[in-house]
Design a protein around this ligand. Sequence first.
Ligand code: NAG
Ligand code: NAG
Ligand code: NAG
Ligand code: NAG
Ligand code: NAG
Ligand code: NAG
Length: 498
Amino acid sequence: MPSKVPLLLLSLLSWFGTSHCCLQDPASAYRFTGAVCRLTYPAAVVLNEKTTKVIEAAFQHARYPSMKGEKSLLFIGKVMYGLDNLEIHNLSIGQSAFELHPGEGIAMEISNVSAVFKGTIQYGYGSWLVNFGHSVDFEIDSQIDLGINPKLYCGDGKVAADTTDCYLNFHKLRLHLQGDKEPNWLKKLFTDFITLTVKLVIKGQICKEINKAANILADFIQDTAEQFLTDGDISVDIGITAAPVITANYIESYHKGLTKYNNKIAVINESVFHPSQLTEDRMIYFWISDQFLNPMLKAAHQDGRFQLNVSGEELTTLLRTNLSTAMPEFIRKCLLDSASPELRLWSSSVPYLNSSILGTTIWVQASGQLHCESQGTPVLFFQTSMAVDITTSYVNKKVLLQGHPTEISVFRAELPLQDQQLYDEALEFIKEAVVKIGTPKVLSVLGVELTRLLDKQGLYQFDLFNPEVLPRDGFVVIQMDFGFPHHLLVEFLKRTLQ
Ligand SMILES: *[C@@H]1O[C@H](CO)[C@@H](O)[C@H](O)[C@H]1NC(C)=O
Ligand SMILES: *[C@@H]1O[C@H](CO)[C@@H](O)[C@H](O)[C@H]1NC(C)=O
Ligand SMILES: *[C@@H]1O[C@H](CO)[C@@H](O)[C@H](O)[C@H]1NC(C)=O
Ligand SMILES: *[C@@H]1O[C@H](CO)[C@@H](O)[C@H](O)[C@H]1NC(C)=O
Ligand SMILES: *[C@@H]1O[C@H](CO)[C@@H](O)[C@H](O)[C@H]1NC(C)=O
Ligand SMILES: *[C@@H]1O[C@H](CO)[C@@H](O)[C@H](O)[C@H]1NC(C)=O
């Protein structure tokens, strides 16, 4: 059966990547795979619904070149003719369908494309041969089925689609000549010529345009994803490690997920990925290795991303939270008496993340300073070491991080107190404040930061349904269903095809 590939689907798969060759054997490629994207059949259905729009754009953006021909006829002699100004009108597209062929590719079929082609025939014969003396406008009613059987392969370290298996079947191709003054033999000649030429031209141009559209959209998605993962000096190589795999139910692509920072690139060579770790009932899955996330955390730490300054009103409001430990007097005085108290928090060790079926835990050392005046020495300095269980959710198009500290120790503190009892009380207070105020505050700021990264690329415009982040042994799975808002597609096509 002839088939069609949802072009958007291709594009989504085409992610990005810059690097070396892919491994032939997926199993050995898994070890080097930091991130996996699985798009299942239901997702392909949603994307396929938009395929007709892309095909429409392909038809409309195709440029149809002028064509020339000549023929020698008995009694008449040589006849020359040319086809100019071919334009498409009243395009309508019936429906598009697709199938996944395991191990082979995708089959797409777009049926019942009807269009009116308009153009001009120039012709000359006998004594008018020298310069085409005559012209006649024509219209062709056509009804076409279009089939594409894209193959996905690993080209240049990224997912590439080969759409050369593209064909058109013409159900109808009816020529109308304007005016009808031409003799019958000429009409017959034009009909043969035009029918053949138009078939060839349309096929060539449409298939070329579809290939172009697929590549432009692929690059667009690729760039978007790359930019999403690039922030400041931190970037990620998401080139692929193996050719994408197609089964009857999903298409899966395998990516390196190597963080680049300061001319250093992470190494992933002991990944635990196996296809059995993902199910097939949600539309899209992202499998993300701890080995992908840890170098990212390290780069963010080294880049000074984990810093938070809270001052003035915001700080006093924050510290008004009801804690069971009493606030030490010197802190209270600092908050009340100074014009601009400021609390500075920062990560003082590389955070380490570990996922297991029980949850994702981050270990980190954090330091803090309390300044009563923005200049001068801090009234308080402390260092804590903590383990925090993290849960991630996405609500109202915002990333929410929540954390429950499971271990915390304040292992160093410098305060303006000699009294051992007050010192111990202060430690207790710091500990409780870090757990109940500091951690939620820092995570909420990080959530805002992650939301900003999503917003930056307009990804929040997708309708995401019930996204879940599931910690597993050594990796996390992000799974969700999605809708493809129409306006997004329109914008997409505008930006890519104009
Ligand atoms: C396109 O469709 C409209 C409305 O059906 C019709 O009036 C018009 O003549 C058509 N144009 C061509 C070129 O067939
Ligand atoms: C194809 O389109 C024509 C006109 O738009 C319609 O009459 C016909 O039923 C369609 N055929 C199929 C198979 O969709
Ligand atoms: C993985 O890479 C690290 C760092 O390059 C290296 O020390 C280690 O031996 C590698 N492990 C395997 C299994 O190749
Ligand atoms: C916090 O304040 C310190 C000292 O003023 C400054 O060096 C640092 O850049 C600030 N950090 C942020 C994230 O604003
Ligand atoms: C503050 O916490 C204490 C002890 O946990 C509790 O008894 C008290 O009702 C709380 N007050 C407010 C205003 O929440
Ligand atoms: C990290 O998680 C794995 C399970 O993936 C577990 O076996 C291991 O003990 C954990 N490591 C730490 C330091 O908690």
